[in-house]
Design a binder for this molecule. Sequence first.
Ligand SMILES: Cc1ncc(COP(=O)(O)O)c(C=O)c1O
Length: 390
Amino acid sequence: MRFAQRMSRITTAASFDMLARGKALEAQGRSIIHLGIGEPDFDTPRFIRQAADDALEAGFTHYGPAAGLPELREAIARAWSQRRAIPCSAENVIVTPGAKPILFFSMLALLEPGDEVIIPSPAFPTYASVAAFLDARVVSTPLDPSRGFDLDLAALAARITPRTRMIVLNSPHNPTGAVLSDATLDAVRELAIQHDLVVLSDEIYGSMVYDLPYRSIASLPGMAERTVVVDGFSKTYAMTGWRLGFGIMPAALAKHIATLMNNSNSCTATFVQKAGIAALAGPQTEVAAMIAEFHARRDLVVSGLSQIPGVECYTPSGAFYAWPDIRATGFAASELADRLLDEAGVVTLPGTGFGAEGEGYLRLSYANSQDNLREGLARIGEFLAQNGTA
Ligand SMILES: Cc1ncc(COP(=O)(O)O)c(C=O)c1O
């Protein structure tokens, strides 16, 4: 079989490979601590599961509109106008099976071959993979470790050319956990307006912020009309497996994304959307408890990592990732991640899975119990005491 040339330009994320290797070792009887996978370890709240059961019983087993059920689009628009101060109504909202289709479809609808897309590095690998797949030009711009992995604004401005079409933002950030500062959002807004750029703002971790209130770039004056907000239920409501996400975007773009949905998935599962309506309308106490727990785990992991000789870890303000700097251990990122898995039984991800700027870092997900986090930190500390150069 002969494959289309474009298939050589699309990639898959390394996190699933490391998870599979960890599971294979577990199947052989090894004790493995999983700090690799990026999904909440909590169950979806019961009232949301019950709403899906009720919807199945009530006959929500058929096709629905490609753009999403009108009542869910309205509920999302209401909630995001209130929670994030994003000016929007139902016509701006498209519901998809998870957040990833919004990334894929908005790039598909907006990018011509040769258009330039500025992507901060390190980054969630899907952005560059999809842009390259569409024959757009990926332009990496560094995050600044000395400013808590905020954007280097001078570097960003220097990368804008007449071919630049889109800037990708992701805050809170995967893999570093960083939250972009207000000053950065204001500066990106100015650049986007001045150069007529689209901002693709991935806010999937927007409810997981620990030190400050969250601010969406789409809430700033003049930005709703040039921003695609990527969001969903996966992380906030511990619903990764349900596949329920959405985008908030200008109405004209929303029509195109609905057409892409019509031609690909047809629609998002209707009983799942009913569960989404319940999630937004119901008590947010479990979400608040989950976020408080992530906050406590963040403090545990950052202080634990910082006590390991050769490891330095800044305090991320959001998401559930720590991004320790391991350069002083003498290991390259992928060798350390491999050996921690094989010899210490701890799954981590090498920073290089998130771009070249990830060399010298690991990504640890703290979506695991505090007991397991303590055990994982102890194993990493012991391994480095025996094998590291620090
Ligand atoms: C930054 C970021 N964006 C998007 C996604 C995808 O979300 P979903 O599972 O809803 O498609 C993830 C999942 O890990 C993510 O980390």
